[in-house]
Write a protein that binds this ligand. Sequence first.
Ligand SMILES: [Zn+2]
Length: 239
Amino acid sequence: MQKKLQLLTNLQALDTKLSSIEKAKGNLPYLVNEFSKEIEELTSELEVLKNDFDETKKDLNDSKTTIDESNTLLGKYKDQRGMVTNNKEYEALVNEMAYRENLVEELTLKISESNILLENKKELVDEKKTILEEKIASLAEKQQQLDAKLSETADEENKLAEKRNKLVAKIDKQLYNLYDRIYRSKNLIAVVPADEGHCGGCFTILPSQKLSELKRRDSIVQCDTCSRILIYSFEDEGK
Ligand SMILES: [Zn+2]
């Protein structure tokens, strides 16, 4: 049991070192992650805006084509008008001409509206593009800083991680799971000293029964308040 307690103490010490290295990276990993997410969102927003722009543009071109076709037809109808022999045909021709003239008028109006719309949409696309480019530049900068920090600490981190793997292999699974659960939920501190009669994590005074349990060192003893694993006089322990 003493060996188990010693292993847990060593594991906590290693994890504390690893987490302080992680802390030294500051908010760089967070920022890199945030910028990446923002870039992803902006890219899809831009995609939607571009599609919208293209659709309006296509609409405008369709209108232009219809106007051209109508004008050609109107020219033909004017020529035919002089050759019509009966009233019915004449009426049909005049109706058709009126329809085409209306259409040209409507579409001409629509085109001038679409031109304004297109201009606004283009402005929006350009605006988003600029923001996106800025974000991409910021991401590159933060990524570079993070990479530099990572390469500074990579060696130490790798060594510690290797040590940790070896250590974890010696600890039985159930006990490691207990440690891991407390470590994650209790602010990265799972194993605390209890030498002074209180829990080294939450400082709750330990009842005498708990203390004698601890002194026997034949079981894993947890704090009743914070559940952390208590270690009694681990520094005196014979190596
Ligand atoms: Zn506690």
